[in-house]
Ligand binder design. Structure first.
Ligand code: GLN
Length: 447
């Protein structure tokens, strides 16, 4: 598949032909990465996760409850990319309302990993990652609340980037956990990720948490030769499996050989990451999803009274994982437990952020695994707690609001990709991309 950079130099005719090819190949692929082939605008086709509004398109967050809903307005990220020679093309499969780590929680059924079709592509942006990895999308947009761009990118052997909180407007993104959500790119390489993240970024008057200052373009100024100080978190790695630890050690060596300085650190609060995230994310989700009541959006259940309308619409419309999170979120927000869970988790969130900031006093970047293992088999993640645990390396970055990029570094004996992530200080995407470009060169994954 041609890269995004190459595609942006093609003639309109060539691009139109390419869109036709993509659609045909996607239908043939059997990956179930696309859940629709809508298109909007002119330019290089970018696959869009099914929770980002493109005006006039069906947008369902892979949920039954949003069947029949048509986006009445355009997400800012979409209007931004349309002004940069790109278009929205195709809706990508995902876990319902972006809650999940495998894309098995979709109303449309699971997406398959192109590196092994009995494996999940990761989640929740699994359709986006599988399509880029499978050669049926040039590049894609996903959303990352706790790892949903970086983890599927790692499982599928492609690049996924989560911008600093506030860098990309959330206007038009279906809210899961508003204080954590960010839209970001999934691409074939680091440079394409920079191009797409440049295209979607920027202040937006309609979104109160979007950064209120000028954000520079990065793609044209990436310098893989800048020498950086990269922190490795020694006490963090032991929970990853052998394949991941091996890839990690090789990458550290490659980075040293490329001239970077490695510093060794420990983090004390990592054991609280999962609990903190699942308290705050579910609390916000329960609140955000209260709007789906059968009156305002999408599908409405047959009913005889208003109460029955709410009850039946929500009971029939939400899947199991979404219901579990609404229950958990309402529990941690309830008057008896608010202080014990929600307030405490907010405090721990600050501690987690402070710990990252302390490391960034001495290092430009942090290197970390993305997931404790390669992509699991389809059907193997039935225990929700086990699935939550697989988010251990990604969620703290969202809690701290930091930018991070996941890139493939190795394959295990079964040919499954292993990804690692670099993490930077808030709004220091420039250093993030310099480090990622250098790491991409140093590990030489494609060979
Ligand atoms: N797997 C995490 C969750 O289920 C992250 C999801 C995401 O980033 N949207 O919440």
């Amino acid at each position: 598949m041609i890269t995004l950079k190459e595609a942006l130099t093609k003639s309109n005719e060539e691009i139109v032909a390419l869109r036709g090819e993509l659609e045909a190949k996607a239908k043939e692929s059997g990956l179930n990465a696309y859940v629709g082939f809508e298109s909007s605008g002119e330019g290089v086709p970018i696959l869009i996760k099914d929770n980002i509004q493109v005006k006039g398109w069906s947008v369902t967050s892979a949920s039954k409850i949003l069947q029949g809903y048509i986006a009445p307005y355009e997400a800012t990220a979409i209007s931004n990319l349309k002004s940069k020679g790109m278009m929205a093309f195709g809706r990508a499969n995902m876990d319902e309302f972006a809650m999940g780590s495998t894309t098995e929680g979709s109303y449309y059924g699971p997406t398959k990993n192109p590196h092994g079709t009995d494996r999940v592509p990761g989640g929740s942006s699994g359709g986006s990652a599988a399509a880029v990895a499978g050669g049926i999308a040039i590049a894609a947009l996903g959303s990352d609340t706790g790892g949903s761009i970086r983890q599927p990118a790692a499982y599928c052997g492609v690049v996924g980037m989560k911008p600093t909180y506030g860098r990309v407007s959330r206007y038009g993104l279906a809210s899961y956990a508003s204080s954590l959500d960010q839209i970001g790119p999934i691409t074939q390489n680091v440079e394409d990720a920079a191009i797409l993240s440049d295209a979607i970024k920027g202040h937006d008057d309609r979104e109160s948490t979007s950064a209120d200052f000028e954000i520079e373009d990065i793609a044209n100024n990436i310098n893989p030769d800048v020498k950086l100080t990269i922190a490795v978190i020694d006490n963090y790695i032991s929970e990853a499996d052998e394949d991941t630890q091996k890839a990690y050690a090789q990458t550290v060596k490659a980075l040293e050989e490329a001239g970077h300085t490695i510093v060794h650190k420990n983090m004390q609060n990592t054991k609280y990451d999962i609990a903190t995230y699942y308290i705050l994310a579910t609390a916000e989700a329960a609140t955000n999803l209260a709007r789906f009541d059968g009156v305002r959006y999408g599908r409405r259940a047959e009913s005889k009274s208003t109460e029955e309308l709410f009850y039946k619409t929500r009971s029939e419309g939400f899947g199991e994982e979404v219901k579990r999170r609404i229950l958990l979120g309402n529990f941690v927000l309830s008057s008896g437990y608010y202080d014990a869970y929600y307030v405490k988790a907010q405090k721990v969130r600050h501690l987690i952020r402070d710990e990252f900031n302390a490391i960034f006093e001495e290092a430009d970047l942090i290197l970390s695994p993305v997931a404790p293992s390669v992509a699991p088999k389809i059907g193997a993640s039935e225990d929700p707690l086990e699935m939550y645990k697989s988010d251990m390396y990604t969620i703290a970055i969202n809690l701290a609001g930091l930018p991070a990029i996941s890139l493939p570094v190795a394959k295990n004996d079964e040919g499954m990709p292993v990804g690692l992530q670099l993490i930077a200080k808030a709004f220091n995407e420039k250093t993030l991309f310099n480090g990622a470009a250098s790491m991409e060169k140093a590990v030489n994954y494609t060979k």
